[in-house]
Ligand binder design. Structure first.
Ligand SMILES: [Fe+2]
Length: 387
């Protein structure tokens, strides 16, 4: 029986090679007179920020830059950027970079129109008005934050990742220019690409999946699988970059409207405690949670496995799905994702705390199979041991 669902896409998408040159027009459309570009020092060093500021200067648009954003974006940086934006009377925000830049830009947009402390606005649909108009420009093909209604911020006092979940944080415009991703180093291409794949798989298999998100997620899985290795090994291949950016965007639309599941619950606990890059954490955990979840819907997991390259002839769906687990491990190896054991700072003694964190995650109830704290603990052990 078809369950009821709501599908929402409040963000306008502008996608294409060289599309960044139209940024000035989009800022004008939003009546921007003072812009804040939120980014990180790596993006600045890559020359992408200069490309953007040249375009703004050509249109005589005033801007300031906040480039102090770190991976797993922190509450303190949101507040620092907010105070600066408030002082400078910023009226349009640009999130330029990966998920951290875009999520911070969303948080600053919330603060500019709601005030208070960022911790006041963690939760589901508690915002009371629109946020400051926001244009998101992803420079990685992974997060999907340019299209989602979430901002994930690390609370530095508890080291937990907190969520602002509200349609109002959706950017006005997602500006996706594959040329901006051409210089992304292989390791970041790999980890962010595996994050996008995780979004698509969890969107498809989680409890809140529905027919539209299923269609989007299956397309995203397919296009990511066909292009990830090429984008990692031959970063200058614009076609592969374009396909990865489309894949991560479409996965973002899918999981934004359904949800993610156990992989993200565990990865966010890891990222909160150790600052593990989000895509690396997802990638290390994905095969184990996928395997655990197979009994919840064997057909769907077999479908994913077929897209991963498992040949189905003469096999049951269960066998196909189980071979999918191997394919996920092989893919992570192929694109050079490290093993959990190789990350020096991860300690087994912390797994109890991490398992508790995973159960408290906002997406915990969306995992398709009931997962207790003990189950999460076992999954952390399995991923750590590489079994
Ligand atoms: Fe993610």
């Amino acid at each position: 029986m078809l369950k009821t669902f709501t599908f929402n896409l409040p963000t306008r998408i502008e996608f294409g090679n060289g599309q960044i040159k139209n940024l000035g027009g989009y800022v004008r459309e939003l009546n921007g007179t003072k812009i804040m570009i939120l980014t990180d020092k790596g993006i600045r060093a890559s020359g992408i920020v200069n490309k953007v500021t040249d375009i703004l200067e050509q249109k005589e648009i005033n801007y300031i830059i906040y480039d102090n954003i770190k991976p797993n974006p922190r509450d303190q940086d949101c507040m620092e950027a907010y105070f600066l934006a408030q002082k400078e009377h910023v009226d349009v925000l640009i999130g330029l970079g990966g998920g951290s830049s875009m999520d911070t830009a969303k948080a600053v947009g919330v603060l500019l129109t709601h005030g208070g402390n960022i911790s006041d606005w963690y939760g589901l649909n508690i915002l009371i008005q629109p946020i400051t108009p926001l244009i998101c420009i992803p420079t990685t093909a992974g997060t999907g934050s340019e299209i989602t209604f979430f901002s994930v911020i690390t609370d530095t006092s508890t080291k937990l990742k907190m969520n602002i979940l509200d349609y109002r944080v959706a950017p006005k415009i997602a500006l996706l220019d594959p040329e901006l991703t051409l210089t992304l180093p292989p390791a970041i291409t790999a980890s962010t690409g595996m994050d996008a794949l995780t979004h698509a798989i969890e969107a498809y298999t989680c409890n809140l999946s529905e027919p539209i998100t299923d269609a989007l997620a299956l397309y995203a899985i397919d296009v990511i699988i066909k292009n990830l290795s090429e984008a990692v090994n031959n970063g200058g291949n614009l076609e592969a970059r374009r396909n990865m950016l489309a894949g991560s965007l479409i996965a973002g639309i899918a999981f934004g409207n359904s949800d993610v599941g156990g992989v993200h619950c565990m990865a966010e606990a890891l990222g909160g405690l150790y600052d593990t890059p989000h895509g690396v954490a997802n990638s290390m955990l994905l095969p184990y949670v996928f395997e655990y979840n197979i009994p919840s819907n064997v057909e769907k997991h077999a479908m994913v496995a077929k897209l991963l390259g498992v040949l189905p002839i003469g096999k049951t769906n269960e066998e196909i799905a189980n071979e999918g687990v191997i394919k996920l491990r092989e893919l992570a190896n192929e694109v050079g994702i490290p093993k959990m054991k190789d990350l020096q700072n991860i300690k087994v003694e912390d797994f109890n705390y991490l398992a508790e964190g995973a159960t408290q995650n906002v997406s915990a109830s969306s995992n398709p199979r009931i997962t207790t704290k003990e189950d999460y603990f076992e999954l952390f052990i399995k991923a750590y041991e590489g079994k």
